[in-house]
Design a protein around this ligand. Structure first.
Ligand SMILES: [Zn+2]
Length: 303
């Protein structure tokens, strides 16, 4: 009798906790791949994380599916970027009727505004003017990590010590990454620190590390690049001898190809702007992504 009872208890617990907790981990859903990577670093063994927008995919134009609503409904913690980047999560969270704790990773970031040159002819939604790509400055990534650490500890107090230890370790690696980027960009001749990309995803990177980025599309990939903007950029590339035009992992390459062809600038490679690569690709983690971007910039902009 006793033997049978002991056998039954684990099974009973498994049934009570339901499928979402079957592996005993805290279920976390992140809106896009870079946040999921931060959650993995901070959460370690205690969490299971899923990303709604997948590798190399564009979060600006993402259309959530009913399966995404189910993932949100079953999550204990949902991590979003904020700053208008993933505002489709608002509707999704309402529709899913979730009781998950919501962590806005960018809380405390000082937002950059979209450059005035892209402002003409755009719809002037409040969100539209805010540049959401704050993770491109490692100082902001450190804020993201602190917010995720605090959000996980609040939702899972038993894990607090683990989250704090993991975050402290990872923050040190981010500090080291930041120093590496400063040194790497510092080695590029000042006259060559100018780059063209497809959409305006590198404002924070440029401001933090001293590079000028220009893009025919604004801070979202949704807007059609206007012929006048493309023509202006082609003139700018020629007049200022801007060395390279970059492709992005989340954007259609044709616009960058066209600017390169018409201006005589070379294609400098591919930058990871709004998503990591798949595992096995060049940028499966945030640390890899920032190092890959730095390497691509250095290779294209060195004399
Ligand atoms: Zn973007």
């Amino acid at each position: 009798m006793l033997g049978r009872l002991t056998l039954c208890i684990p099974l009973l617990l498994l049934l009570v906790s339901g499928p979402a907790l079957a592996d005993g981990k805290v279920q976390v859903v992140a809106s896009f791949s870079i946040l999921a990577d931060f959650v993995r670093e901070v959460g370690g063994e205690r969490v299971a994380v899923a990303s709604l927008v997948g590798p190399d995919a564009d979060a600006h134009s993402f259309q959530p599916s009913p399966a995404d609503a189910r993932r949100i409904r079953d999550a204990k913690v949902v991590v979003v970027n904020g700053l208008g980047f993933d505002s489709w999560t608002d509707r999704l969270l309402r529709a899913a009727g979730t009781r998950a704790a919501i962590v806005v990773a960018s809380a405390g970031v000082k937002p950059l505004r979209e450059e005035a040159s892209h402002g003409h002819g755009h719809d002037h939604h409040a969100d539209h003017d805010t540049d959401p790509h704050a993770w491109q400055d490692v100082a902001n990534a450190k804020l993201y990590v602190a917010n995720i650490r605090d959000g996980l500890a609040k939702a899972d107090p038993e894990g607090r010590a683990a989250y704090e230890a993991n975050a402290a370790r990872y923050l040190e690696r981010l500090e080291e990454l930041d120093r590496g980027i400063r040194a790497g960009i510092g080695a590029i001749p000042p006259g060559r620190r100018e780059v063209i990309t497809t959409h305006d995803a590198f404002g924070y990177f440029g401001k933090a590390y001293g590079l000028t980025f220009t893009a025919p599309q604004g801070v979202s990939t949704g807007g059609e690049a206007k012929a006048a903007d493309i023509a202006r950029i082609i003139r700018q590339v020629k007049a200022r001898r801007i060395p390279a035009v970059f492709l992005e992992n989340v954007s259609d390459p044709r616009l960058a190809d066209r600017i390169a062809a018409e201006s005589g600038a070379k294609i400098g490679g591919r930058l990871h702007s709004d998503a990591l690569s798949a595992p096995g690709g060049p940028a499966p983690t945030y640390l890899d992504m920032m190092r890959a971007n730095l390497a691509a910039l250095r290779a294209a902009l060195a004399e």
